[in-house]
Design a protein around this ligand. Structure first.
Ligand SMILES: NC(=O)c1ccc[n+]([C@@H]2O[C@H](COP(=O)([O-])OP(=O)(O)OC[C@H]3O[C@@H](n4cnc5c(N)ncnc54)[C@H](OP(=O)(O)O)[C@@H]3O)[C@@H](O)[C@H]2O)c1
Length: 249
């Protein structure tokens, strides 16, 4: 029998998306989470899951129409700007309500030594003048600007163990999946004598441990600024369920 419940599409790939799917599924909603397919074995997600790109904004629009999607929750990572842009264009065209979930940015507090950059490439260019033992947590797809750094030793943290060396210069790869606790992060920084961290300003709690650890150890952080949200509705992760319930009344 066809499912008569309105279909909620969650654009995922984050812990927040997983929690929203769980909350909606627990309330009996018909949820479908979409993942890009970057991670080899994603964590289990309640409700239905599909994996892979849609084929740009036009492909997503077709998907929304053919699957009769009632609402879209864009809970992708703050740096996943392309899919968020596609979601805005496709939802506008198909007249499907959309909200972009924005996790709280990290607040800079006393003792933080952040050097902000606009791009990962800019962070890589500035790295040698700031430290000689770097902890890179920018994501496996963003390592190209660091590939030929000869004078900086890098500890590179990624989710999946890579098949090939990630950099040409001296480095060690660590495959690990968050959340990461501050005490563990501090121990890691000390063990590898890290003197600079490179990160994207992801915000949220899951990867904040390294920021707090850097502060306590007096380590500078090259912080890549977040891209702005897409125009349209935004909400905090914990407000996404209420957004759906209000919209579908
Ligand atoms: N960027 C990060 O730092 C980061 C960190 C942690 C998790 N993630 C997650 O990893 C995924 C990919 O990130 P990204 O930065 O590569 O994205 P992106 O640059 O914004 O998107 C590139 C393309 O990947 C596909 N895509 C992205 N997210 C998708 C989703 N949830 N479902 C279906 N297709 C998706 C789309 O392909 P088509 O055009 O073919 O539809 C999109 O045009 C996102 O879902 C994001 O939440 C990203």
């Amino acid at each position: 029998m066809p499912d008569e419940r309105p279909l909620i599409l969650i654009l995922g790939g984050t812990a927040e998306a997983q929690r929203i799917a769980a909350d909606l599924a627990a309330r009996g909603a018909n949820v479908l989470t979409s993942l890009a397919g970057r991670v080899k074995s994603p964590k289990a997600i309640p409700g239905a899951v599909r994996i892979g790109g849609f084929g740009g904004a036009a492909g997503l629009e077709i998907f929304l129409r053919t699957r009769h999607v009632a609402a879209v929750i864009d809970a992708t990572h703050p740096f996943a700007a392309q899919i968020s842009r596609n979601a805005r264009i496709a939802c506008d065209a198909a007249e499907v309500p959309r909200v972009q979930v924005r996790r709280a940015p990290w607040a800079r507090t006393a003792g933080d030594n952040w050097i902000e950059t606009e791009t990962v490439a800019e962070a890589a260019a500035r790295l040698p003048e700031i430290g000689s033992r770097a902890f890179l947590t920018v994501g496996v797809g963003e390592l190209e600007p660091f590939r030929n750094l000869a004078d900086v030793w890098c500890l590179v943290r990624v989710v999946d163990p890579p098949a090939q060396p990630l950099l040409d210069g001296p480095h060690l790869t660590l495959a690990a999946r968050g959340p990461f606790a501050e005490t563990d992060e501090r121990a890691l920084l000390q063990e590898h004598r890290i003197d600079v961290i490179v990160t994207k300003h992801a915000g949220g709690a899951a990867t904040y441990g390294k920021i707090a650890a850097a502060r306590s150890l007096g380590i500078p952080v090259l912080m890549v600024r977040r891209p702005p949200a897409e125009p349209g509705d935004t909400c905090a992760p914990e407000a996404a369920v209420a957004w759906v319930e209000k919209g579908l009344k």
